[in-house]
Design a binder for this molecule. Sequence first.
Ligand SMILES: [Zn+2]
Length: 293
Amino acid sequence: MEYSKKQVGDLVGFELEIYQFGQGDGPKLMVTAGVHGGEVTGIHAARRLIEFLQENESQLKGQVKILPVCNQGAYRRMQRSNPYDEIDMNRIFPGKMGSKPTLATAALVYEEAAWPDYLVDLHCCGLYGSNYTLATWMDSEGDKELASMLDIPVVIKSGGTAGQLFVESSQKRNIPSVIIELSGGQPTGQIDLDSADIAYQALLKLMKKLGMLPGEVEPFEPAFCLPLERVVAIEDGLFLPQIEKGTWVEKGQVIGSLNGKPISVEQDCRVMNIGPARYLFRGDYLYVYTVRA
Ligand SMILES: [Zn+2]
């Protein structure tokens, strides 16, 4: 294993930890986490993968590079952006050296990310969100193939917003690249241990499917789905959910109630985020869903 720390300028808290495993021929996989500093389920999954590879490097064919905390300043505050400049790092790739701290850090991350055959960027979708892969799967065969090799139940179509690490990497460098969005993270840096384990296992299976680790894996087919949609409350009141996040439901099925009146879904879908019982105001979200493409 090679471990290095790169300093961004002379600012405190702007370091990039880089772990590199394996050498020689074979696929090259890069895993990034903590581009949004508070999204710690992803950071935890990356750290578990580092531990695994520290103990099992001799089995590895190919190379793995892991950046567990891409945005150190934001991580120290357990928040999305670095308090020095409040710039969202995942909107400004490829970044810019010698510029504001977040831009400079992004440039360093992007330089490291020129290297792999596959890129997986780990994020969080909040405590009440359920896990999914985010990919421009309709536009890129490579991204679709990578998403299909991850044992994450749902692949959501990304709008391909420029400036995101995985979008720039896929579109500008033609490197198959996806995000895994994991439960936890927001609002204040909670690790969802089960989701971290799901991501960790998915990355190990990906490496087996790529021939980077020994062992067979069960086939798995994720559901390829359209972008997330939100349904909002049409009046103030008490919302009581009746299903769990991450549940497939059929058209007409009741998923909760608002002021005692049933709320049903208008089409077959998977409810990705529904939240706990709560008082809502008109316009607040009730639930977030996706439909199969
Ligand atoms: Zn994020």
